[in-house]
Design a protein around this ligand. Structure first.
Ligand SMILES: Cc1ncc(COP(=O)(O)O)c(C=O)c1O
Length: 343
């Protein structure tokens, strides 16, 4: 990224801060495949606690944490239900089908949310010898392709109450659960406890260079550890990366409120220029979707020419994500440029 360029393509583009690099260089390490890395242990214990679970496993990516979490709940040939724009079905390149034989059916919701009536219609906990049995439902909070929407806690409780009695389990893709926590004040453990397995990322809003975790029961995490190694993703002195994650949890959670404010600044300016493009009321966290129809490619190209990087995430939809490496002044500049371009 050149000087002066404002990169709104993703919150994964951040660079480790000086404080984070210093923490990484001080990390005590050991061989994590032998389960001997003290910094990895510290991170796993901390995140398990934050999510209200017994244990957690440090993984290289959110996609791997999702894969291991869903695999713990859904067997080969069984199905996972989820919203149609969920990362697990749209952006993990079919990993769940490819590696663990999971099939999926989806419902659609404009905010990526839980449609209880649809889940009730779709779910088939014990479908017998001719139809696919539903083993789990996945929820994404916040929801990336629905524009960083927060899933209301009441909806998640209602989902739990619907599926638990019939033995269907729940996976949370909480890549941005920290944003949901900061936007609502709901404790991460209050979200986490409703689910059997929870994937979270440190490398998005929290600004770590690498790293995600899967949390769950001690048994689910022991199995996930075996599968992580089976998939070739056991790692050795991973404490260097775990130290970045611990630093991020100490320093970069509450500041997500700044990212949310920056996202609102951009959305408000664009909406003032053309209210049909975005409703600022829908911007709950750090993601803004601009619905620009057939102007999407032109907008991305023109914004790039002005030093603002954005991306297209669906037909006519341009996505902007605010993050740690973006100041309020950057957000104001991006807001001004994008407002001029949509006018
Ligand atoms: C909601 C959600 N889940 C999972 C992931 C996967 O994370 P990773 O890119 O670390 O595999 C992403 C990545 O953007 C995401 O937005």
């Amino acid at each position: 990224m050149g000087p002066g360029v404002i990169d709104l393509r993703s919150d994964t583009v951040t660079r480790p801060t000086a404080g984070m690099l210093a923490a990484m260089s001080r990390a005590e390490t050991g061989d994590d495949v032998y389960d001997e890395d003290p910094t990895v242990h510290a991170l796993e214990e901390r995140v398990a606690g934050l999510l209200g679970h017994e244990a957690a496993l440090f993984t290289v990516s959110g996609s791997l944490a999702n894969l291991l979490g869903v695999r713990a709940l859904v067997g080969p040939g069984q199905e996972l239900l989820c919203e149609a724009q969920a990362h697990v079905v749209r952006a993990e390149l079919g990993a769940h089908a490819t590696w663990t034989g999971v099939t999926t059916r989806t419902w659609s919701h404009p905010r990526g949310g839980v449609d209880l009536a649809a889940v009730r219609r779709l779910m088939a906990p014990d479908a017998g010898p001719y139809l696919v049995s539903t083993a789990a439902v996945a929820v994404e909070n916040t929801h990336n392709f629905a524009g960083g929407s927060v899933q209301p806690l009441d909806d998640l409780v209602a989902l739990r109450d619907l599926v638990e009695p019939v033995g269907i389990r729940l996976h949370l893709d909480g890549a941005r659960i920290w944003n949901a926590h900061v936007a609502t004040g709901t404790a991460t453990s209050d979200y986490g406890r409703l689910f059997d397995t929870v994937a979270v990322c440190l490398s998005k809003g929290l600004g770590a260079p690498v790293g995600s975790l899967l949390a769950g029961s001690a048994d689910a995490i022991a199995q996930a550890r075996i599968w992580r190694k089976r998939l070739g993703a056991g790692w050795r002195q991973a404490g260097v990366l775990a130290a970045a994650g611990l630093y991020a949890l100490d320093h970069h959670v509450e500041r997500l409120a700044e990212d949310h404010a920056n996202a609102r600044t951009i959305a408000a300016a664009v909406a003032e220029a053309d209210p049909s493009v975005v409703d600022p009321g829908t911007v709950e966290t750090n993601i803004v979707l601009l619905d620009v129809g057939d102007r999407a490619e032109q907008l991305v190209d023109r914004a790039r020419a002005e030093g603002i990087l954005t991306g297209i995430v669906g037909a006519g939809v341009v996505r902007l994500i605010t993050h740690l490496d973006l100041t309020a002044a950057d957000a104001q500049r991006a807001a001004k440029v994008l407002a001029q371009l949509v006018r």
